[in-house]
Design a protein around this ligand. Sequence first.
Ligand code: PMP
Length: 454
Amino acid sequence: MVSQLSQAALRDQRSQFHPFTAITDLMAEGPTVMESGSGIHVRDVDGREYIDGMAGLWCVNLGYGRREITEAIARQSERLSFFHTFNGMSSDVVAECAEALLQRAPVPMSRVFFGASGSDANETQLKLVWYYNNLRGKPEKKKIIARWNAYHGSGVATASLTGLPGMHTLFDLPKGPILHVSAPYYYRKAPEGMTERAFSQQLAQELEDLIEREGADTIAAFFAEAVMGAGGLIPPPEGYFEAICPILKKHDILLVADEVVSGFGRLGTYWGSQTYGYEPDLITSAKGVTSGYFPMSVCYISPKVWDVIESEAGKAGLFGHGYTYSAHPVGAAAALAALKLIDDLKVVDNVADVGPYMLQAMRDRLGQHPHVGDIRGKGLMLGIELVHDRGTKEALPMANRTGRQVLKAAANRGLITRALGDTLVFAPPLVITRADADAIVDRFGAAVEDVLPG
Ligand code: PMP
């Protein structure tokens, strides 16, 4: 009811154009307006407290109100609030941060390039891939392969990479030389009775067929998240990367690992590529690098790509790319504090413990519910797909918007989740305890039963 909205909600509703928000819902119901946060909890302007089961947008990995980070930000803001990195400029804190990031890479990396968001970082990666192939005399090798259900960002090129038709249709996307292959969505896309390994082989074959059809010398790179996030919380089936990677190598196609969500511990290893055992040529990261305290993204560049850039770039002249806020010193200070906390708090070990515990607890609580089709996840990424019929996997009627109803029921019980259609997802702060995981599962189980009484 609009009449019951707080002042803040009314102000927001009348003035802000929200990203990824249904305007009719916002006008009918008003926004939920947060005011403060501490640990894994946030509080709204009406005084309701929630467990943030999504760590903001998969980013507040260390929880809210971390003094180590806020103080680092305050100190750096006073010391040097901004300096840029164009034309060979830098700042001491940025140099220290770049080195600390390289030390934490999953495979030897030569350089990091900074930005302010996952989208701008993937834009950088695309341009780097094209730049690299131009420099090494392969100007025809430019097409990019991504996957349906992938999420790689919201810019013109990155929304094109993203494999979600809802982000394409009304914006006349995709643009550019971008191809999509099937999502590794075992629950929905594997033929009945097929093993995960066989499904991985099928997907690898599809990829190889596409490469051969298009011509390997026209294909530059393959982009992939370790676990698909915003496209439905989809962990790869067993053997997926094992099957894909040799094909990319054989055809001289760069693997760009989008670790915007999976980087910095979310899957129970420092990097998602370590969970699944593959070696990226380029890595995109953001979010967890500052735990969401400051907008920052990081592109890692491997020796294979860097060596070409370093040896050829002199001939090409200036590297004509960058953002005002590339390598922001305040962001670098936030990142250094966050990286230290990830180490000091043994966050990755915590995820390796609490992640599987929470997945099992969710399965114990909801695994037999007649409208729960699939409970899947890795580390602290968890998805619960609701269906009309468990046996046939028939979806719930779209018009019911059941996912959204469950999201609201969870909010009423003091829990924030996210509805990707009828798949409800969790990516809580990486510092949650087993008891916190139990609280999430309890509240969520009750919310599902509020909406779907079984
Ligand atoms: N890549 C992945 C895997 C993401 O999940 C996201 C955002 N959720 C992005 C890229 C884009 O990041 P941003 O919203 O910071 O532009």
